[in-house]
Design a protein around this ligand. Structure first.
Ligand code: IDP
Ligand code: MG
Length: 133
């Protein structure tokens, strides 16, 4: 089924000018970028976005990190876009990410892992709405 998912190129990757390379990777792997914009969010907005993780020990660092510099937020569309994007991203920890995945190629560490992707169609809708109202 054709789905949409939210993708974010995180500050560590934007900083290293990986935007075009990562976008090309999505397009070459059947995910169409239907919307894209560069934004810089506040810490409060980052905390709101990552609210599901509010009880985690790394929550504060995570909010600081996502608001530390410009990010690229995108709506990706394609067959099974949510799961497909998660596969292209690889595991959360770049050290455990499968070869050829974005996090394996570009991730620096578990916190600076270059990309975000929604984990379900339902959360995708919420996350898309968060950035593209
Ligand atoms: P995901 O990004 O693969 O969906 P989540 O478990 O949803 O992973 O975690 C959200 C983000 O929080 C991760 O992408 C990563 O940047 C950060 N994170 C997850 N686990 C840890 C951890 O154990 N230490 C530090 N940061 C973490
Ligand atoms: Mg997640």
């Amino acid at each position: 089924m054709t789905e949409q998912t939210l993708s974010i190129i995180k500050p560590d990757a934007v900083e290293r000018n990986l935007e075009n390379e990562i976008k090309l990777f999505f397009e070459n792997n059947n995910l169409k970028i239907v919307k894209s914009k560069k934004v810089k969010i506040s810490k409060d907005e980052a905390c709101q976005f990552y609210k599901v993780h509010q009880t985690k020990p790394f929550y504060n660092d995570l909010c600081n990190y996502l608001s530390s510099g410009p990010i690229i937020v995108m709506i990706l569309e394609g067959e099974n876009a949510v799961l497909h994007n998660r596969k292209l991203m690889g595991a959360t920890d770049p050290k455990k990410a499968e070869k050829g995945t974005l996090r394996e190629k570009y991730g620096i560490s578990i916190d600076k892992n270059s990309v975000h992707g929604s984990d379900s169609v339902e959360n995708g809708k919420i996350e898309i709405n968060f950035f593209f109202k």
